[in-house]
Design a protein around this ligand. Structure first.
Ligand code: NAD
Length: 353
C-alpha cells in the first residue's frame, strides 16, 4: 500500500514511518519540519526505495494538492499537529491553524483526489487523535473513556484536536470520505522530543538537575509504548471500519509521581549516582492550569474488533526507553538547544517565579 503520512518526522509519525516501511509499504512522509521534528527519527529508512520525503506544510492547500496528485496514495495517516499542551497555553494560534485549519486542508485535498479517482471504497483517511478530547476522569477505576464518551476538551491543544475530529467525522457523514479515527493515550518511547515528561525526567536526572513534577504528581495517565501504538495504527488503517473510531490505550495507568519514581529506580540500577538516589532530585512545581486529573482508556473495542492489545507493560517500556536515551545522546543533545526546551512553559504569568 502507498501511505501518505503527515508529521512523519515527529515522535509517533516517525515510528509509523519506520514500521510501515519495514512491512513493505511505500511511504510518503509529509512534514513541515517544525521545532518538534527531527529527520534523524527516520534515518533508518531514508535510503529505502519505499520512502519519499515531502517538505510541506498542511496550512498550504496548493502544496497538498500537488502532493496528492504526484504521489497518488492509497491511504493517508494524518499525524501532523502541534502536540505540546504547555505550548498551547502560551500560544494557541499555531494549534488552531495547524490542528484545525491544517486538518481541514488535508480533508479537502483528500476529498478532491478521492473524487477525481471515482471514490474508491478502499481509500482511507486515518486521523490520529488523542484521548484528551474526552476531558478529565475522576480517580475511579470503573470510569474509563470509551468511543462514545462525550467530548469535553479543556486545553487549547485538546480543543483543537476535538475540532479536527469533528471535521473528519463530518467529511465522512457529508461527503462519504472513508475515514477511520483513533484516539490514543499518552505515548512514550524512543525519539520522544525532550520537552515531554519522560525524556525531561531521564535527561534532567542524568544532568543532576531537578525532576519537575507538576502539582502533587497525582495526575494519572495511561502510558502507551510508541512502537505498540504504531502497530495499532497500521492495524486500524488496514482493518478499521470506515466511519469508526478506536481508542488505543496502554492498559498501564500510573500517576505522574509513580512514573517518575519508576524511572528513578531504573536509572539507579543502570547508571548509579556517586551518592544518593535519583528520587532525591524530585521537585514539585506549580501545576499546569486546568491540568486534567486522569485519562484512562477502555480498550475493549479495539481488542474485540481488531484483536489488538499492547505488547509491553509500562515497566518494560520504560526500561527500553531509558536504554535508548542512554545509548543515543547524539540524538537528544542537539534537540535540547531548540527554542523552549528546558524552559517552564504553560503557566500563567502571575505564577511565574
Ligand atoms: P510531534 O510534535 O512529535 O510531531 C508532530 C510532527 O508534525 C512534527 O514532525 C512537525 O514538524 C509536524 N508538523 C507540525 N505542524 C505541521 C504543519 N503545519 N504541516 C506539516 N507538518 C507539521 O507529535 P507526536 O507526539 O508525534 O503526535 C503525533 C500525533 O499524535 C498528533 O496529531 C498528536 O495530536 C497525536 N497524539 C499524540 C500523543 C502523544 O502522547 N505524543 C497522544 C495522543 C495523540
Amino acid at each position: 500500500m502507498k501511505i501518505l503520512v503527515t508529521g512523519g518526522a515527529g515522535f509517533i509519525g516517525s515510528a509509523v514511518v519506520r514500521l510501515a516501511v519495514s512491512r513493505g509499504h511505500q511511504v510518503v512522509n509529509l512534514d513541515a519540519l517544525t521545532y518538534a521534528a527531527c529527520l534523524d527519527n527516520v534515518a533508518e529508512v531514508a535510503d529505502s526505495p519505499l520512502y519519499t520525503f515531502e517538505h510541506a506544510d498542511i496550512r498550504d492547500p496548493a502544496a497538498l494538492t500537488r502532493i496528492f496528485t504526484t504521489h497518488q496514495p492509497d491511504a493517508v495517516m494524518h499525524l501532523a499537529a502541534e502536540s505540546h499542551v504547555d505550548r498551547s497555553i502560551d500560544g494557541p494560534r499555531d494549534f488552531i491553524e495547524t490542528n484545525i485549519t491544517g486538518t481541514f486542508n488535508m480533508l479537502e485535498a483528500a476529498r478532491a483526489y478521492w473524487t477525481r479517482a471515482n471514490t474508491p471504497a478502499g481509500f482511507r483517511f486515518h486521523h490520529i487523535s488523542t484521548d484528551e478530547v474526552f476531558g478529565s476522569l475522576p480517580n475511579d477505576p470503573a470510569q474509563k473513556f470509551t468511543e462514545t464518551t462525550p467530548y469535553d476538551p479543556r486545553s487549547p491543544y485538546s480543543a483543537s484536536k476535538a475540532a479536527s475530529d469533528h471535521l473528519v467525522r463530518a467529511w465522512h457523514e457529508t461527503y462519504g470520505l472513508p475515514v477511520v479515527l483513533t484516539n490514543c493515550s499518552n505515548n512514550y518511547g524512543p525519539y520522544h522530543f525532550p520537552e515531554k515528561l519522560i525524556p525531561v525526567i531521564i535527561l534532567n536526572a542524568l544532568a543532576g538537575k531537578a525532576l519537575p513534577i507538576y502539582g502533587d504528581g497525582s495526575n494519572v495517565r495511561d502510558w502507551l509504548y510508541v512502537e505498540d501504538h504504531a502497530d495499532a495504527l497500521l492495524l486500524a488503517l488496514e482493518k478499521g471500519k470506515p466511519g469508526h473510531s478506536y481508542n488505543i490505550g496502554g492498559e498501564n495507568e500510573r500517576s505522574n509521581l509513580e512514573l517518575v519514581q519508576t524511572l528513578c529506580a531504573i536509572l539507579d540500577a543502570k547508571r548509579p549516582k556517586a551518592a544518593g538516589v535519583y528520587a532525591d532530585q524530585i521537585t514539585f512545581v506549580t501545576d499546569r492550569p486546568g491540568h486534567d486529573a486522569r485519562y484512562a482508556i477502555d480498550p475493549s473495542h479495539i481488542r474485540a474488533e481488531l484483536g489488538w492489545r499492547p505488547s509491553v507493560t509500562v515497566e518494560e517500556g520504560l526500561e527500553r526507553t531509558v536504554d535508548w536515551y542512554l545509548a543515543n545522546e547524539s540524538w537528544w543533545r542537539p534537540l535540547q538547544a531548540r527554542q523552549g526546551v528546558g524552559v517552564r512553559l504553560g503557566i500563567k504569568d502571575t505564577d511565574r517565579a
